[in-house]
Design a protein around this ligand. Structure first.
Ligand code: PLP
Length: 431
């Protein structure tokens, strides 16, 4: 028997005899059974990222609330809930998903700038750890609904610290021009107003300055501002025993780079900033846990060779993975079968089939010459991938799969196009 040659990308994604594996499952074997494109997640990776983070915070009184918006697949939520994770949700739908995955209401925090009457009522009736509230009208509505149900609603007020997170402008949330939170200079007054409402119980403070943050400094600046503000709140007699610091930890989108922020350094910074303040520190990590735990598997439709440019057209499009089109995100793209030699290389843009010029995954990429049917894997696709996908161009949502060692399960199946079309109706007066 010939010897297996193994080349690790990391502990969960490996080339074995030049074929890409997710844990112990060959991507080629799956791709023969399930049509591309599809998402595939590694259970072991989700577990590792969660435990890595919680271990690095072990000296701090903390709790973790996975940000469901980054990946809301029930199987993913279940993996994390079995580890004891709470969930951060931003809609009634996400709240119900968290519950379905087995997360009790007292481990769910509800964020978001536009919670509706029905969403607030749902969370209050089924149980909630806290609402992260963002405006006076929202606080008043929560108070009214809580009064009607005879409950006291636990709230943390999201404060906007006016700090530049130095990330892509479309995922920056902590500057005053962003719609999020109450400006730090007016937040004291909002605490006063909230404390006078009978059905509101203030439990803490909340912030979230942005996502895919790659430098520790903006975090530190924001947390210092919040720590000082908590002192002021306590002097005024407000009860604050939790600070929810949101998510935002950046990841690498290349197999060649490590996480941009060391979580041990992040943890020490947190400890120092909120030192001896007797606070529970809540985190809402999304991307950090799910991002590097998933791949998008796609195949080549055509290689279109031109005089000016070559295009490798793949069967995944911006409707399946939106990040490159809206955030200029660059995900490393890996071959599913590693080429034996790299003699026959081309330079091409890797593009999707959608009729939009922004449907581009990478530009001027040097890659082995590929032909129709060859498989590729888009790296770091576990966060803000499947959740942001759409049926644009009438392409049904693509399947999601999850691997656990040598087991692989489809955890969201591809709808039939007939069923997608059937959702529309021609009214009787057009028949
Ligand atoms: N919490 C809130 C309120 C968010 O809006 C987000 C995402 O932007 C997160 C947590 C998760 O962020 P990330 O995936 O960057 O950790």
């Amino acid at each position: 028997m010939s010897k297996m040659i193994t080349k690790k990308i990391n502990d969960f994604f490996t080339y074995k005899n030049k074929i890409l594996f997710v844990e112990d499952v060959s991507v080629i074997d799956i791709s023969k059974r399930i049509n591309t494109p599809f998402y595939i997640y590694s259970t072991a990776s989700l577990r590792r990222r969660y435990t890595q983070l919680s271990k690095s915070l072990k000296n701090i009184n903390h709790s973790l609330y996975f940000s469901v918006k980054s990946n809301s697949n029930l199987a993913v939520l279940r993996v994390l809930s079995l580890l004891g994770s709470g969930m951060d949700v931003v809609s009634g739908g996400e709240y119900l998903r968290a519950q379905k995955a087995g997360v009790p209401g007292d481990k769910i925090v509800f964020s978001g700038v536009g919670k509706t009457y029905d969403e607030i009522k749902l969370a209050l009736s089924n149980g909630i750890r806290q609402f992260n509230v963002e405006s006076i009208p929202e606080i008043k509505l929560i108070n009214k609904i809580a009064a009607n149900t005879g409950k006291k609603a636990p709230i943390s007020i999201r404060v906007n610290p006016d700090v530049d997170a130095q990330t892509h402008e479309k995922i920056m949330t902590g500057k005053l021009e962003n719609k999020f939170g109450i400006p730090i200079n007016s937040a004291l007054e909002v605490y006063r107003i909230a404390s006078e409402l009978n059905s509101i119980k203030i439990v803490g403070i909340d912030l979230h300055i942005g996502s895919q943050i790659t430098d520790i400094l903006p975090f530190e600046t924001a947390f210092l501002k919040i720590a000082n503000f908590i002192k002021k709140l306590r002097e005024e007699g407000h009860f604050i025993d939790r600070v929810d610091i949101g998510g935002g930890l950046g990841i690498s989108y290349s197999t060649k780079e490590k996480d941009p922020i060391s979580i041990d350094k992040f943890s020490s910074m947190l400890d120092k900033t909120f030192n001896k303040m007797n606070l529970e520190i809540q985190l809402e990590p999304g991307r950090f846990i799910s991002g590097n735990s998933g791949l998008l598997i796609t195949s080549v439709v055509y290689l279109k060779e031109g005089t000016n440019k070559n295009f490798l057209i793949i069967d995944a499009g911006m409707n399946d993975l939106l990040r490159p089109a809206i955030y200029d995100a660059e995900h490393e793209i890996l071959p599913v079968i590693e080429e034996k030699n790299n003699h026959n290389q081309i330079v091409a843009d890797i593009v999707g089939p959608i009729c939009e010029s922004s449907d581009v995954f990478s530009k001027n990429t040097t890659l082995p010459k590929m032909t129709s049917g060859d498989f590729l894997a888009i790296y770091s696709a576990g966060a803000y991938g499947a959740v942001m996908s759409s049926e644009y161009n009438s392409r049904p949502l693509i399947p999601e799969l999850i691997v656990n060692e040598n087991l692989v399960s489809v955890v969201r199946s591809r709808p039939k196009i007939e069923d997608v079309i059937k959702r529309d109706q021609i009214p009787y007066w057009l028949r």
